[in-house]
Each structure stands twice: as structure tokens, then as C-alpha cells.
Ligand binder design. Structure first.
Ligand SMILES: Cc1cc2nc3c(=O)[nH]c(=O)nc-3n(C[C@H](O)[C@H](O)[C@H](O)COP(=O)(O)O)c2cc1C
Length: 174
């Protein structure tokens, strides 16, 4: 059974352009996969913890020695990584905040990119199509005055290329 991982990171729940487009994508995907499953991660409604010392050190520790805090951090990270690995497609709403992605989306990326598993030489989610809905208020195209300020597409293209295969659906509101 096909699975879509649907990520929203706009802080707005009403009037969000990226949420509108990711919801449209999801509806179209569901029409094509009536038996499919959608996992929705709303990073504004349910923000993920930033990667912290407990999580990082747990990755190198003997599992028998983990504290309760480390066990909880490992369990959450495992769940998030598994969601990415088991997805047949991913759609990500990525509004531009101060020329970059929302910190909530960066927190998700830091949780799901694990070197030697989803990142590195043989990424476990390699080949998974990712559609990014990039909303922003200004224009950052080639030749515009703010061309060099674009750190959403330029960043996500590189970081997602390391663990999947991204496709671009850029949407601008100005
Ligand atoms: C905190 C904040 C920072 C923003 N920073 C930028 C920016 O640096 N460049 C830009 O073009 N638009 C910026 N915008 C405008 C948003 O990118 C734009 O409204 C976009 O539609 C937001 O996506 P959403 O409608 O899904 O929330 C910012 C908006 C907010 C709320």
C-alpha cells in the first residue's frame, strides 16, 4: 500500500499558501491512490524537538547504558526516520522565513538525516520523490536584486539530494 509523507511547516494554519498547495497535492495523490495512507506531520501544531545532546550521544552509546531521556529521544528519531524510509512520496510545504526555511522544518531535517542511514554513501530513502512547495513574498529569480538571498531552494535541493530525489514546485506570492 502506497504512503505519502505530508509535511507542513507554515506557522499559519489559516491563510497559508503553502498549506493550500500541499493539501491540493495530497488530494490529487489520494485520488490516484485511494487505498493509500497519508502521514501528516504538522510541524507548527506539533513542533519536533531540536536535535540535542541526549539524541546525538545516544547514537554512539551502548543501548544498555541509555538514560530514560536518551531512550525517548531515540524512539522519536526512529519513528521519524522510519516515516521517511517507508514513504513512497513526500510533499513538503516550505515557506520562506528570513530568506531560509522555518526552524521547525530544520528541526525535522536534523532529526531524519542520520549519517550512515538516511544520509551518507547509500541513503536508505534514495530515489523517493520529494515535492517541495516553496512559498515566499518576494522574488529571487536569476537577475533579481535579491537573487543571492535565496536559501530555501538552494539549501533544500542540496540537503534532500543527499537522501532522496527532490522535484520543485515553487510558488510565489508578492
Ligand atoms: C516570519 C516571516 C518571515 C518572512 N520572511 C520572508 C523573506 O525573507 N522573504 C520573503 O520573500 N518572504 C518572507 N515572508 C513572507 C512569506 O514567505 C510568505 O507570506 C509565504 O506565503 C509564507 O508561506 P505560507 O503562506 O504558507 O505561510 C516571511 C513571512 C513571515 C511570517
Amino acid at each position: 500500500m502506497a504512503t505519502l509523507l505530508h509535511i507542513d511547516s507554515s506557522a499559519l494554519t489559516e491563510g497559508s499558501a503553502s498549506r493550500e498547495v500541499t493539501a491540493t497535492f495530497r488530494s490529487a495523490w489520494q485520488a490516484e491512490h485511494p487505498e493509500g495512507t497519508v502521514i501528516h506531520r504538522d510541524l507548527a501544531a506539533d513542533p519536533l524537538p531540536h536535535l540535542d545532546a541526549a539524541t546525538i550521544t545516544a547514537g554512539y552509546a551502548d543501548p544498555a547504558t541509555l538514560t530514560e531521556e536518551q531512550r525517548a529521544a531515540v524512539a522519536l528519531r526512529e519513528q521519524l526516520v522510519t516515516e521517511l524510509e517507508q514513504a513512497d512520496a513526500v510533499v513538503i510545504g516550505a515557506p520562506m522565513y528570513n530568506f531560509s526555511i522555518p526552524s521547525t522544518l530544520k528541526a525535522w531535517l536534523d532529526q531524519v538525516i542520520v549519517m550512515g542511514r538516511t544520509g551518507g554513501e547509500a541513503p536508505s530513502a534514495a530515489g523517493t520523490p520529494v515535492v517541495v512547495v516553496a512559498s515566499r513574498g518576494g522574488a529571487y529569480g536569476p537577475g533579481t536584486p535579491r537573487e543571492g538571498f535565496e536559501f530555501v531552494q538552494t539549501y533544500l535541493e542540496k540537503v534532500l539530494a543527499g537522501c532522496s530525489a527532490s522535484r520543485w514546485s515553487s510558488w510565489c506570492r508578492s
